[in-house]
Design a protein around this ligand. Sequence first.
Ligand SMILES: *Cc1c(COP(=O)(O)O)cnc(C)c1O
Length: 435
Amino acid sequence: MANAVTRTPHAQPHARPNPMSYMLGLKCRECGRRYPKEVVFVCEYCFGSVEVDYDYDAIRRSFTKASLAARPKSLWRYRELLPIEGEPTVGLTSGFTPFFRADRLAQALGVKELYIKDDSVSHPTLSFKDRVVSVALTRAKELGFDTVACASTGNLANSVSAHAAKAGLKRYIFTPSDLEMGKVVASLIYQPTLVAVDGTYDEVNRLCAEIGAKYPWAFVNINIRPYYAEGSKTYGYEIAEQLGWRIPQHIVIPAAGGSLITKIAKAFKELALLGFVEGKSPKLYCAQAMGCAPIANTIKERADIVKPVKPNTIAKSLAIGNPADGYYATKAVLGSGGWADSASDDEIIDAMKLLAATEGVFTETAGGVTLAVAKKLIEQGKLPKDESIVVCITGNGLKTQEPLLNRLGQPTRIKPTLASFESNLGDKLSGGPAR
Ligand SMILES: *Cc1c(COP(=O)(O)O)cnc(C)c1O
């Protein structure tokens, strides 16, 4: 029986309470087989992918809305629901990005209640990849890796480069060789070993799987993918929290590998399980570019198998022709009662301009995809005009300037005189003495 004398030798009554880990282990998404919380990413028995499993009963007892109030505004405020064992060590300033009502855009689209979740200003690398990388690198350090790597369409390259620099980890980054200059520079500045592969993302990814089998590196989106992918859940938690723990009726989500869609679905399921939200789960919609729409096509055909495609689109960050989570993303979207569509390059650019001109947000091509598809779904009546809609903006326009060159007009060039100003701007002047 416990008393002051028989206190266990490990008890340290004055030590700072060490947060518990609620991660039980890994579990195959197909056959349910369980694995220890190590470096496992495919089930040895059925080749299904594995995901992290938590002790939700224990989480429910200690993780409450009230406990959140005092926590820092970063993605780590939800740490009980993230796959780490000790304290977070990477990405302490990432997450908790702006969420706001977009009334001018809503008016332009003819809908009543529209919100933007804006990861275009994610710290430090301006895309939602800061979430997955914060979690992946914290876990990689716990697992004892000193070198991290990734196969990337650009944003992941930026984020792994930056976070690994700050964490003092060696970093190898693999991308297709045709990336936008903004994404190349925004990796090189952090001085990783950047490898530009002459091939598609899918070829880069296959090469990385081979390299990963030979070198003892943590490939964030390959061998430690189950941990990495969990970071995306925080995008969903934040939507719910920033909406005052209400559930939006519709969420439009861009897809590359399809992981973000599945994790937003998981986030809302978990919040319901923990009693943080009540009511119907949101309907999820998949947005892809017409030049690379393997998941959107599968959803629209209600097919069971995702057919790989060869990408050809300006939305390079979404250009994954053989999406790792395509099957699960399809199930998540159809299971929620949502739908999907794709957007052409012109529609993507028009949507980027619309978002900037109505809401003052400069998103990259991927954000153009999401908004263009949202607009289509509204026009088709799939997104009801009088229900709440969230549009997921996941990246920053400064990184993908190439497709905008020649599409925005030019500045009016003048001599440094009032006469030149007035003669060149002429009819564009408002409120001046000429009126
Ligand atoms: C990676 C990425 C996505 C999609 O991520 P998946 O989880 O692979 O579907 C969406 N938007 C941007 C800007 C990205 O970089």
